[in-house]
Design a protein around this ligand. Structure first.
Ligand SMILES: Nc1ncnc2c1ncn2[C@@H]1O[C@H](COP(=O)(O)OP(=O)(O)O)[C@@H](O)[C@H]1O
Ligand SMILES: [Mg+2]
Length: 265
């Protein structure tokens, strides 16, 4: 049975998608079979692999709201590499909450829609990784109902701390209905070498310690160069075989993170 992991935070631009796709890449290069599910209507998972999300006929939206009428759920799988399949999201996902909450007769268990999708595929993958939008509505509820490990990226900036505390308490609430749910790690991202960043990191670290949460020792540094390269590659850096020397540290940091998380040996 595959382990189900989500990247989550109500903030945007803090590497949820980058972590989701690069961890998928690292796990795949270590022989693991991965299903990557996008729940964000921005569709960035597809774009990372060079696909246009609007060209894809069957998306996560169809599996969530038209299952089982859809028929064969495998129609939504897109093979993007030897060991990675992705289920894409596109603009349809922007209507998920409205469509479901205005028809609760049809969707009485509206928190369990993603769990049902995950259950279909769980036995066929080592890992199912769920990328999420920066919001805490019905999508987040579905995610916290369906996954085991939540990884929370933390960018040491003003207001980030408050958002971290809120995320953790939202997850705590869902532990009542999903006993497997845990905050797996808080991962510092886009970290700059400034005194401010150090101070924000320190307070997040002591908060984590007080709450018995794991705060990652691995730091993903802020790098414009990396962001620019990524935009041009059409494949996550961790799947690159002949990585240009300048990108090697980024590939390495994701491998170390996957090891720290215990997902690879
Ligand atoms: N180490 C890094 N430093 C700076 N920017 C990065 C880094 N890694 C990725 N990025 C860029 O940051 C932007 C936001 O990342 P993304 O993963 O899309 O965040 P989210 O999914 O949380 O909105 C993207 O353009 C991405 O390419
Ligand atoms: Mg994203």
């Amino acid at each position: 049975m595959g382990k189900v992991i989500a990247l989550s935070s109500n903030k945007g631009g803090i590497l949820k998608t980058s972590l989701a796709v690069n961890l998928s890449g690292t796990l795949a290069t270590h022989g693991k079979k991965v299903l990557l599910i996008d729940m964000d209507n921005q569709g960035n998972v597809a774009t990372t692999f060079g696909l246009d999300p609007d060209d894809i006929e069957f998306t996560i939206y169809d599996l969530l709201v038209k299952n089982p009428e859809l028929g064969n759920p495998d129609l939504a799988l897109n093979k993007v590499s030897d060991k990675i399949d992705i289920i894409v999201a596109n603009d349809d996902m922007a209507y998920f909450e409205i469509d479901v909450l205005t028809d609760t007769e049809h969707y009485p268990k509206y928190f369990e829609l993603l769990r049902n999708v995950v259950d279909i595929f769980k036995s066929r993958y080592d890992y199912i990784i769920v990328d999420t939008p920066p919001q805490m509505g019905l999508i987040a509820a579905n995610v916290f109902y369906a996954v085991q490990d939540v990884i929370i990226p933390f960018q040491p900036e003003e207001y980030a701390f408050r958002s971290l505390v809120k995320s953790v308490s939202a997850i705590d609430k869902f532990k009542k209905v999903n006993e497997d749910l845990q905050v797996k790690e808080i991962v510092p991202v886009k970290v700059k070498r400034t005194i401010m960043h150090q101070a924000y990191l320190d307070s997040a670290r002591s908060y984590a310690k007080a709450r018995n949460l794991k705060f990652s020792n691995i730091i993903i540094k802020d790098s414009i160069k990396y962001a620019e390269m990524v935009a041009r590659m059409n494949i996550p850096v961790t799947l690159f075989e002949d990585v240009p020397k300048t990108l090697l540290p980024y590939k390495k940091v994701y491998t170390e993170l996957a090891k720290e998380l215990g997902y690879i040996g």
